[in-house]
Design a protein. Structure first.
Length: 251
């Protein structure tokens, strides 16, 4: 057996051993994320590579053209971060993968639909972890570009930028999974056909775009993101267990 095959087999055995310590839906989701690791993680790696490339380009630009770096500071990034992290979020792709590789078969059973609240919480933790990794990469990249521009890296402004990025990543993690459980837009024909799902996503993206035109202080952006993320999380944790048994189904 070749070395890559041995490595893959060993990894699967470790995953299986770890999964056996879990029960119920925790075990089911552990198996899903292990077997579809590449499908779930690859978008994260691509986004990190994109952030890395943009960071290197931005740092080189401000180093070679310092006259353009005078107005660069952390607060200048705040209006653009909602739309940036919206498109960097992996939540929608992960939900599509969950539907076609797991839920499509299980949603035919009432016990699975009735337990929507339980597997929603398990999956939210995993999707949030993926998006938090992307947000952390975004924060590191921003710090590197700001440092290259000659600014102080460890400052209150940059700390707020990190908190803002992490809060936005949690908000979008909740948003995409909540939309999936409440509207379940995917059909057996491998497409999406729920107009309310598309309208809601379009509205959220428009609000993110509008933030570019809104000029507020960094603490205001950060506080708003934290409040919205916590409120959305609370709403999702209440509504998904109540409504999921009816809305989370095959269409």
């Amino acid at each position: 057996m070749c070395e890559p095959a041995k490595t893959t087999t060993s990894r699967l055995r470790r995953t299986a051993a770890s999964s056996r310590r879990k029960e119920g839906y925790a075990y089911l989701n552990a198996l899903f994320f292990a077997r579809h690791r590449r499908l779930i993680n690859q978008p994260v790696y691509k986004r990190m590579a994109l952030i890395g490339g943009l960071t290197a380009t931005g740092a080189a630009f401000v180093l070679f053209f310092p006259q353009w770096a005078g107005g660069l500071h952390g607060e200048a990034l705040f209006p653009y971060m909602p739309i940036a992290l919206y498109f960097l979020s992996t939540g929608e792709r992960a939900c599509r993968a969950m539907f076609y590789n797991c839920d499509l078969s299980l949603l035919r059973y009432s016990f699975y639909r009735n337990a929507a609240g339980r597997h929603f919480r398990i999956r939210l933790l995993r999707i949030a972890a993926l998006n938090l990794a992307v947000a952390a990469a975004f924060g590191i990249g921003s710090a590197i570009v700001i440092a290259a521009a000659g600014r102080t890296v460890w400052s209150a402004e940059l700390l707020l930028l990190w908190i803002y990025a992490l809060a936005l990543s949690v908000f979008f993690s909740v948003h995409h999974l909540f939309m999936y459980y409440i509207f379940q837009p995917y059909s057996t024909e491998l497409n999406s056909k729920n107009p309310l799902y598309h309208a809601t996503n379009t509205l959220v993206s428009l609000v993110c775009g509008i933030s570019i035109a809104v000029r507020a202080a960094a603490p205001a952006y950060t506080a708003a993101a934290l409040l919205l993320a916590l409120a959305y999380l609370g709403i999702a944790l209440v509504l998904v267990p109540k409504l999921g048994r009816r809305t989370f189904r095959v269409k």
